[in-house]
Ligand binder design. Structure first.
Ligand code: GLA
Length: 374
């Protein structure tokens, strides 16, 4: 019964009315199979103009409808309509990333005197948890409803040694949509052996609507006085460099495209922005990390996080060869704000530690909230 209902809502959303059509709640529908394991598509609706669809394959957010000031919803997340497309090729569209989001230099690290070899899946370096990271596994999923919000609890047990990482990691991620148009993400993990953990979310946003062009006119504010400069392989040098006087200064609202092609070594290394910013404010405290405003549609995204850093990535590797939802994804047609600990932390003594030990609980929270300028 739910399946035809959801299909009806999918069809509606093509004409941008789907987000407002449904009553608040969470709907579940079959989304296909991965290696014989059925996966589902969950649709969270808040009755206030927002709708988020996600699948327990990779914890992928497939659609995110957000309203403008007139209540017109647009799907602001790059991605696909079908599971087959995600299985075929995805640059982490909407993915839940782990065990270690971002890069680990030389695809290895030492911990307590032991060296661990990881997959070199990004040149000589390790990226986003390896060949089959948390973005490619099937999570257990349970929808829930609470006062003022509804969502899906995802759980995954990563076996000891998976992708080369030590320890059985028990992970729980909660995705929730609130009545206030906030998308709240809570990450929890425990382990039975010391291991690095750095979980993040890799949704590519385009506040004018996925497929509507590039994001160079969006204005970004990043509450970060420093960033971590990188080498050609995007591994941090270990320095924390002040953004002042560089194309990385977003402490005042600035168009993403204003300096994206500046003659600057760091810009050259990233092919644009693909850098971790060290957020101002106390570690572990929920703080305002970023605000992005699209002057054309008026949609606004605010990001709050307990993490010390955020990877700002401008979709430099997109080249129009991938299409989904009837549109094609050209260079810089989306941006990511991946809240996280700094890249390569397991090899960088001076960076905040990413090591989780038995008896400790990894806890991290990020909130993407949506608003609209009048
Ligand atoms: C992250 C990385 C980028 C790129 C994307 C996926 O954001 O920092 O360099 O690999 O993931 O395409």
């Amino acid at each position: 019964m739910l399946f035809p209902l959801l299909m009806a809502s999918c069809a509606d959303s093509a004409d941008e009315t789907g987000a407002e059509a449904s009553a608040p709640g969470v709907q579940v529908a079959p989304f296909g199979e991965v290696d014989g394991v059925p996966v589902e598509l969950f649709t969270m609706t808040n009755g206030r103009g927002m709708e988020i669809r996600l699948t327990n394959y990779g914890g992928v957010v497939t659609h995110l409808f957000a309203p403008d000031a007139e209540g017109r919803a647009a799907d602001v997340a790059l991605g696909y309509d079908t599971l087959a497309e995600y299985l075929e090729s995805s640059p982490y569209f909407g993915s839940l990333v782990g065990r270690y989001g971002n890069r680990i230099g030389g695809a290895s690290f030492s911990l307590d005197g032991e060296t661990f070899a990881l997959a070199a899946n990004n040149g000589p370096n390790h990226l986003h948890g390896g060949e089959r990271g948390f973005d490619k596994v099937v999570w257990e999923a349970e929808p829930f409803e609470e006062a003022g919000r509804r969502g899906v609890r995802l759980a995954y047990v990563s076996p000891d040694g998976e992708e080369g990482y030590p320890g059985t990691l028990d992970v729980e991620v909660t995705y929730a949509l609130t009545d206030e148009n906030a998308f709240e993400i809570d990450y929890r993990a425990t382990t039975d052996k010391a291991t690095p953990v750095n979980l993040t979310q890799h949704t590519y946003f385009n506040l004018a609507g996925a497929g509507s062009g590039d994001i160079l006119g969006h204005e970004l504010t990043l509450h970060a006085d420093r960033f971590t400069p990188v080498d050609e392989g995007l591994i941090p040098t270990g320095a924390l460099q002040p953004v002042a006087g560089t194309p990385f200064d977003f402490t005042e609202p600035t168009a993403i495209g204003a300096r994206i092609d500046a003659d600057d070594t760091q810009i050259a290394h990233g092919g644009g922005y693909d850098h971790n910013f060290a957020l101002n404010g106390a570690a572990g405290m929920l703080k305002h990390a970023a605000r992005v405003t699209d002057p054309l549609s008026g949609r606004v995204l605010d990001v709050h996080t307990t993490e010390p850093g955020v990877q700002f990535y401008t979709g430099n590797f997109l080249d129009g060869s991938l299409s989904g939802k009837g549109v094609s994804y050209g260079k810089r047609s989306g941006f990511c704000l991946e809240t996280q600990h700094f890249p390569d932390s397991p090899n960088q003594e001076a960076f905040p530690s990413t090591i989780l030990r038995p008896g400790e609980t990894y806890a991290s929270r990020t909130i993407y909230s949506f608003d609209a300028l009048p």
